[in-house]
Design a protein around this ligand. Sequence first.
Ligand SMILES: NC(=O)NC(NC(N)=O)C(=O)[O-]
Ligand SMILES: [Zn+2]
Ligand SMILES: [Zn+2]
Length: 520
Amino acid sequence: MTPSSSSSGRGEREMERSLLQWRLLPLLALIASFLSFFFASRSFQVTQGSKCSLLPHDHYWISSKRIVTPDGLISGSVEVNGGVIVSVVKEADWHKKQRSRVKVIDYGEAVLMPGLVDVHAHLDDPGRSEWEGFPSGTKAAAAGGITTLVDMPLNSCPSTVSPETLKLKIEAAKKRIHVDVGFWGGLVPDNALNSSALASLLDAGVLGLKSFMCPSGINDFPMTNITHIKEGLSVLAKYRRPLLVHAEIEKDSEIEDGSDNDPRSYLTYLKTRPTSWEAGAIRNLLSVAENTRIGGSAEGAHVHIVHLSDAGSSLDLIKEAKSKGDSVTVETCPHYLAFSAEEIPEGDTRFKCSPPIRDAANREKLWEAMMEGDIDMLSSDHSPTKPELKLLSDGNFLKAWGGISSLQFVLPVTWSYGKKYRVTLEQVASWWSDRPSKLAGLHSKGAIAVGKHADIVVWEPEVEFDLDEDHPIHFKHPSISAYLGRKLSGKVVSTFVRGNLVFGEGKHASDACGSLLLAT
Ligand SMILES: NC(=O)NC(NC(N)=O)C(=O)[O-]
Ligand SMILES: [Zn+2]
Ligand SMILES: [Zn+2]
């Protein structure tokens, strides 16, 4: 019996064990499903197959010891989810629980700043893409920490002056932009006195209008007079959008006929566009800008003076208009802050632009105005052309095409030349992100703050580099850039556009996934 009983005992034990296994099965399944959920949630919401970003995550934290926020510089972390900033936390308040589930990218001492918003760039596409084009221009922007760019209505062909021509821009930009891009429309004699034509251009989505008070050099972009501008402002008032103005007005040249001024000397060119051209245009412009005051006939419209060069009477006029309550702002560009007329080499037409770069004393006053807050913001005025038109071998300043190529370098240039004046990171963010985003009505841009687009530049202000032939430059014609050969400080490490890492470690994401920014 014993053996049989023992055999039956063994059978019972086996039965018990298998019953136990069956009973354990649901528990095991529960544990298995818990584990798989845990690991899935730790897989950082991987964005499958996206080529828009060098980072395979949609939800992540970025940490740094130096984050520029509207409340000042903090050490902490920024949480990005679905392209938007969902939290900004100081280091001391950043709990383990918050970071356990998602990827953390720690940038250490590198600075996290809102991406730059460049409200003045000519990408020349469609029609003159041999000058620049959306792909190369926006790649250069991304490599330079610019996350939003507003394209000028001229130098492309045709100019952006109607809903139809805006449509051509939109078509040319689609799937070819590496950062977000909006458009200014042109205020030209053809549409300026026709309020329904202007309304249809604004309805089509331009962020505002741009006009010239002197010849633009582009045939289908003629200059406007003060009546055109006044009428334009009354339409813009209804849309609460700005008018950007190239403020120079042709007056008698200071070069007398028959004088033997050398066209290869920059000073000769300077004399052809004296400060009185800028001051004259600004005085004229401000005579109608006063309508933008509260209670004025163009209340709601705004006048923005582009690329101010003259820090003398032109700036005084602007300050006075502001003090009276006119809705007026002004930008200058890095080249006016970096260069001076005295140092421009003979025949070096890379430095030709309008208005011209003035003397070192004027540059000093421009910096003063930046530091005092009298100049509101910066823009690149990246205005390239094909090298042939710069007439580099001839060096004739009077005949060469005007415009400076700078798009990729504006951040290090601002920082490098601003050091002497003790420019702060907060000022750089104000000049390059906060103020320009407000000008363009892009309220989801311009700050590292909850609810804003995750448009972020990570950069190392202390890192120096030589802008020589070995430096990778992404805009189309590096040879015409006046910055070549300079030593700069401030290296862009990473650029995020709506949470996509579009540029990092010297590489771009393979797909161009920038968004078009159309006003509604
Ligand atoms: N047609 C242009 O691109 N003009 C530009 N040229 C410069 N700035 O030299 C400008 O913004 O005025
Ligand atoms: Zn201009
Ligand atoms: Zn321009």
